[in-house]
Write a protein that binds this ligand. Structure first.
Ligand SMILES: *[C@@H]1O[C@H](CO)[C@@H](O)[C@H](O)[C@H]1NC(C)=O
Length: 295
């Protein structure tokens, strides 16, 4: 059988502001009961060709795939048949328009299979103008594809966090952490704070007026080279928050062999493994204490 999962999207708006952001939307902390009503549930086929059936909110409730007691839970169906080979989870933002990537995409947390390092990406279009991302800014992550991010395909720019507590098992065993993204005309920055390294106080990412200028070196900084020539408020628009788990698809199938998953599972393809061994995915879930937006 094919695992099922839910995908949730919600509209975001981030006007520019330099520091001391103010809370705009609190998707959880004050009312877990309303969390899922703030999102839409994607029920069409997976645009990334994953081996997955996305279900409606009512079907997700009926099958125990989502929950809101204590924290927010988004899981997958694993009961009808232990590692996480085959999964491709992501916490990201993009627009709902059909002509991706004209309105941009920011991938805050994403990887596939048994990855231990978070990958962060920026996808933008050349139609809004040339956009070169500087390579002289300080950041923790290693630059992967970099420079001109205006690729009209699945490429864009990306960076890899060298810390093994940024994703997957290492992140989970470390008690999770906080992912924060700042989107301005000049830059898109992402910070990944492992549990013990979350800046405290009002200016911290969990504080009452978060101030990214007080958070230290960003994990990734997509900062435009030419200022107004590469205005990331123009290249990136109408973003919605998306939280999803898919299986196989372009990424997890594409890296099945080199990730070592073929060897560790004994299955030559991601699809065969996911169909055969759904119990492997009892650990493939999200628990979320809060999702907040500020401007
Ligand atoms: C960037 O674009 C936004 C939206 O179009 C605009 O309000 C802002 O003034 C621009 N900023 C710069 C630095 O050009």
């Amino acid at each position: 059988m094919i695992p099922t999962f839910v995908i949730a999207t919600s509209l975001l708006a981030f006007p520019d502001f330099s520091r001391g952001y103010l809370l705009r939307d609190d998707y959880t902390q004050n009312n877990y009961a309303e969390f899922f009503s703030k999102f839409g549930f994607w029920t069409a086929s997976d645009p990334t060709n994953g081996l997955v059936n996305y279900v409606s909110e009512s079907a997700a409730w009926a099958n125990g795939l989502i929950g809101n007691g204590g924290n927010i839970y988004l899981g997958v169906d694993h009961t009808n048949k232990p590692d996480v080979c085959g999964t491709w989870p992501a916490f990201w933002t993009t627009a709902s328009s059909n002509d991706w990537p004209q309105e941009g995409e920011i991938d805050i947390k994403e990887e596939a299979n048994n990855a231990q390092n978070n990958q962060m990406s920026l996808h933008i279009s050349k139609t809004q103008g040339e956009c070169v991302i500087r390579s002289d800014t300080s950041m923790i992550a290693a630059r992967g594809r970099w420079g001109d991010c205006t690729e009209e395909d699945t490429r864009g720019c990306d960076a890899n966090d060298p810390r093994t507590n940024s994703f997957g098992t290492g992140f989970n065993y470390n008690g999770g952490g906080v992912y924060a993204m700042e989107w301005k005309a000049e830059w898109v920055r992402i910070w990944v704070f492992p549990r013990s390294e979350i800046p405290s106080g009002a200016s911290g990412p969990l504080g009452s007026s978060p101030d990214p200028s007080a958070w230290g070196t960003p994990t990734t900084s997509f900062e435009s080279q030419h200022g107004a020539d590469c205005n990331l408020s123009t290249h990136v628009r109408n973003q919605r928050i998306i939280i999803d788990t898919t299986f196989c698809g372009q990424w997890a199938s594409g890296t099945w062999l080199i990730s070592g998953c073929a060897a560790s599972t004994g299955y030559s393809t991601c699809e065969a493994y996911v169909k055969d061994v759904p119990t492997a995915f009892r650990h493939a879930f999200w628990t979320i204490n809060s999702v907040k937006t500020y401007d």
